[in-house]
Design a protein around this ligand. Sequence first.
Ligand code: AMP
Ligand code: ZN
Length: 494
Amino acid sequence: MTTPLQHTVKIYNTLNGELQTFQPIKAPFVGMYVCGPTVYSDVHLGNCRTFISFDLVYRYLSHLGYKVRYVRNITDAGHLENDADEGEDKISKKARLESLEPMEIVQKYTTGFHDVMRLFNAHPPSIEPTATGHIVEQIEMIQQIIDNGLAYIVNGSVYFDVTKYNASGDYGMLSGRKIDELISGTRDLDGQSEKRSPLDFALWKKASPSHIMRWNSPWSVGFPGWHLECSVMSTKYLGQQFDIHGGGMDLKFPHHECEIAQNKAAHGHHGVNYWMHANMLTLNGKRMSKSTGNTLLPGELFSGDNAVLSKAFSPSVVRFFMLQAHYRSVLDFSNDALLAAEKGYNRLMEALDRLKTLEATVTESSWSVTDWQHKCYAAMNEDFNSPILIAHLFDAVRFINAVADGTAGIAPQDLSTLQTAMPAFVFDVLGLEIQQGETQSQHLEQTLALLIRIRNHARADKNWALSDQIRDELASAGVILKDGKDGTTYTLKS
Ligand code: AMP
Ligand code: ZN
């Protein structure tokens, strides 16, 4: 275990588009808030990618010794259709269609989300607050914003006054949107709207008679606006100013822009020091999205029951596939990419297994393990660059394989470093797992590695009788050895 003081982590801050040195407000404590799912349907793999990206951030900062309080909310009220201020609540609509209580919908999909996160080996957050559990706090924040003159009440609903707030020029500071362009891009208010400007957004909505999720408030029986819960719950659990706020790119505007506006309007400051946005997972080049139906569900992937992929893939392989791309890059999902990821993942796991039984044979290693370890940390310190870390891990795989077949040597101290660092990066930081069912093949793998090592010693001693016997008997058992420049590898005859 290292200490945070030994490492300088840089984070790409969406707020100013710069890679910045991470300085927590109160090291070694770190506060991190990530927008969680709206629990009205199964999470798709796109959602999972974002949560896996932030699991990596959480794991790496924890690995460095930071004490991270990770808050990820559950949106169980207030998120209306089309992410706008009109239409039905996504959860109550689903409840109506399935003749269930809204809280049955919430329970079902929250449980499903947790199950999927567990399969992907994502750590649970430290706190997982819900919007419905914080109605009182949301009402208090709305009152503060009204008292500060930045919200107005119309017919029992409360709207945030974007024009007035923007006197300071702050609206658009995260997304780079300009208020004039935004206004010209919206339709004129049709006279029916209660809003003074189309950019204003709801903090509280009076419930129509058909709206079943409703609470008492000073303004009406109604429900909170979607953006409000995240300002309220991040403030409650992390303070008015905290370190990291994350979410998918698509939340930058309007959701996160509105969060900043609410924070400033209520407390006088913007709330977040580092904004991080994870990029999208695409399928056939288009964003995976529930609303367009361009989705793949985790269950369909693990069972192989889908029209996109040729076979089933384990959660750890899918996690590995996702981490092979940097969290800020778009990643496209395809059969070929997953097959390649599976191959790489298996090679990595095999090498980790070999590493356990590796023996130190020399006093000075033929490859610098210390340099390698520095490079691994440097990759992660540079905005959590998991693909570069993985490339370095494969350099170590090549070295491990070479030591295993006797074509390279490792010194005792380096062996001990490698035996600690490699599993730390693979299991603790990247969060990969050895999947059940792989243990048996690992025993076989170890036995084969041993036979290959004995054969290589025999060849070095020019004991051709023994080396040929091992090769021929393995071949008759269906294991074909191949001597190449990377050492001895094998294939299984099908
Ligand atoms: P939602 O339940 O729609 O609020 O989404 C939960 C999280 O998943 C948010 O952070 C979204 O930005 C993220 N998300 C949605 N679609 C994708 C996608 N295709 N790729 C990556 N993240 C996504
Ligand atoms: Zn949010």
